[in-house]
Design a protein around this ligand. Structure first.
Ligand code: SF4
Ligand code: SF4
Length: 426
């Protein structure tokens, strides 16, 4: 079995062990040992919070750069819709797409067309499954799907099993170019211009599908400066006539945009991993059975808050608001066409989602129970300050680390009990 790929990695040369990333990681996937951060891969959902939090740029995302284009005969860019909010609102979508194309791509395809098609399919999915499963949960954000796989596996059935706009757009454009110019699929390179590491991970480890049609991801912040230079050149000039999607689809870059475009009335929009966890806990307890749909996004404000964007998310949101005033709808997608594609297994999930294992205390229930007792005992002896100076994010996590043999009681500067006896992992 392939090893799970994580796009977020640590450059330990740059890491000073300041613990900023550890304090901001929503899944407690970070520890600090010997003045260096460590990512516990099985807990990491590649949300990128640590990238935003690190003042030394030691946490980073592994992405492609423009050199990767030379591996393909025909190069296509799919800019994340979020890119449109990275520039002042008077720059229109066509100028942005032209400026991306001028970086060396043969074609640029609007991700919004994927959102428009996804919208039809989600509406249909709600019609079919919405009465039996409440609430349904959006599958748009890969970090959220990973979170459900690892921390809330009982909710896996609630996830809407439709591919992301990125994947849908990649499939449509790749086949269109193959048909038009006769290239082999392997000769066509599709690059997603990404706002977040979660999308990079989802390309390498696709969710619900066998293989991604996207060949690589380039971070928005990696090429922002070059796009900006091209925008300056292209402003006010005629651009190519790019195929674009609807104004409703553009709003998917903002938290709540997806639910709005679905014309829902009984829904919850939740952003931020910690907030999403609170909502998922309520769903698990059966307290939200009256809700139809939950749009959950890992980043604050939605994809405008992605770690690889450049513009401040609040400014980007305002850019979007202004852009939406001026924007005109592009192509209209036929409903029957979308549903037929889904029936053919082309834009809907084909693979079962399986729970992602995280560190259990032990597969032997008796040992796990004994460990739990030790953890609870130790937690009572700790100061409960969650100060992080021990290198674990909370006192609870520290107690678990000590009992699992990943840390030692002596690292707690407040604990009077420097005797590790009784807390080892036997
Ligand atoms: S990417 Fe997110 S989950 Fe992973 S270590 Fe960073 S903050 Fe934690
Ligand atoms: S909310 Fe959007 S930008 Fe943030 S991790 Fe999810 S998909 Fe990526």
């Amino acid at each position: 079995m392939n090893k799970y790929f994580h796009s977020v990695i640590l450059d330990s040369e740059k890491c000073t062990g300041c613990t900023n990333c550890m304090q901001k990681c929503p899944t407690e996937a970070l520890r600090v040992k010997d003045k260096k951060a460590i990512i516990l891969n099985e807990r990491c959902i590649d949300c990128g919070n640590c990238i935003i939090a690190c003042p030394y740029h030691a946490q980073k995302a592994v992405a492609e750069n423009l050199d990767a284009l030379k591996n393909y005969k025909y190069k296509i860019a799919i800019p994340a819709t979020t890119l449109y909010g990275q520039f002042m609102s008077e720059v229109n979508v066509d100028t942005i797409l032209q400026s991306v194309k001028d970086l060396g791509f043969d074609y640029v395809y609007d991700e919004v067309i994927g959102s428009d098609l996804a919208r039809i399919l989600i509406k249909n999915y709600i019609k079919i499954h919405g009465n039996n499963t409440k609430p349904l949960i959006s599958s748009h954000c890969p970090s959220i799907t990973r979170l459900i796989q690892s921390k809330f596996p009982t909710l896996m059935n609630n996830i809407v099993k439709i591919e992301s706009p990125m994947e849908i757009a990649a499939r449509l454009v790749k086949l269109k170019i193959k048909e038009k110019y006769g290239y082999e699929l392997s000769e066509i390179g599709v690059f997603y211009i990404t706002p977040c590491p979660a999308k990079i991970t989802s390309i390498k480890n696709p969710i619900g599908i066998k293989k991604s049609y996207v060949d690589g991801a380039i971070s928005i912040n990696e090429i922002y400066g070059d796009i900006y230079k091209n925008i300056k050149k292209n402003r006010g000039k005629e651009t190519e006539n790019f195929m674009s999607g609807s104004t409703q689809g553009i709003e998917w870059a903002l938290a709540g945009g997806q639910s709005k475009s679905l014309n829902l009335t009984n829904y919850i929009v939740v952003d931020g991993v910690e907030n999403a966890c609170k909502i998922f806990e309520k769903i698990e307890l059966g307290k939200l059975n009256h809700i139809d749909y939950v749009e959950a996004l890992a980043c604050t404000g939605g994809c405008v808050g992605g770690a690889l964007n450049v513009e401040n998310p609040f400014v980007a949101e305002n850019n979007f608001r202004n852009l939406l005033k001026e924007n005109k709808d592009g192509i209209t997608i036929n409903e029957k066409y979308a549903i037929d594609l889904c029936k053919a297994g082309f834009v809907c999930w084909t693979e079962e989602l399986i729970p992602k294992e995280i560190d259990e205390l032990s597969s032997d229930i008796r040992i796990a129970f004994k460990k739990m007792e030790k953890i609870n005992k130790l937690v009572k002896e700790l100061p409960g300050l969650d100060c992080g100076s021990c290198g674990s994010p909370t006192c609870q996590a520290f107690a678990e680390d000590v009992v699992n043999g990943l840390s030692s009681i002596e690292f707690c500067v407040f604990s009077k009990n420097n005797d590790t006896q009784g807390y080892d992992n036997k």
